[in-house]
Design a binder for this molecule. Structure first.
Ligand SMILES: [Zn+2]
Length: 145
């Protein structure tokens, strides 16, 4: 049939429709995976076979799908409530030293206002402070000491 240049393999054209087979090839996944996507939120143009998926929908679906499994960048904390990495509210965070070399980074999620925690090494603190305002909080000394 048609011969396509290899370079277009991973590029999704948002203005055209893709068959399940084409999506699978473009993304390097199994056809079954693509069918699962259509059942878990990937819209298709027709409900009849063969399914046709709009490139635009595919790009959007993949972008949304990718977000929760994204790893936090150094200045983000993982919000348990949102199940996503979030940049601290107001670009502010608090560092609570737990041990000479590690501590807890505490920040507020800008979306759900929950506290987010992240264990970091203290040498990760300096690069962090270029992006965030980090307040260093002394740990509350134990009363039983
Ligand atoms: Zn949140």
């Amino acid at each position: 049939m048609t011969r396509r240049p290899k370079s277009s393999r991973h590029r999704i054209n948002i203005h055209r429709g893709y068959s399940v087979d084409e999506v699978a090839r473009a993304r390097g996944v199994a056809k079954g995976t693509v069918r699962r996507w259509t059942k878990s939120g990937l819209p298709s143009i027709t409900d009849q076979k063969p399914l046709l998926i709009l490139g635009e929908d595919l790009v959007e679906f993949l972008a949304k799908r990718k977000a929760p499994s994204q790893r936090c960048s150094p200045f983000e904390c993982y919000c348990v409530k949102c199940r996503a990495p979030r940049k601290p509210l107001g670009d502010m965070a608090e560092y609570i030293p737990l041990a000479p070399k590690t501590g807890n980074l505490r920040a507020i999620c800008p979306v759900c206002s929950r506290l987010m925690h992240k264990r970091i090494r203290c040498d990760a603190l300096e690069p962090l402070r270029e992006v965030l305002t980090v307040t260093i909080t002394e740990p509350i000394s134990s009363l039983t000491e």
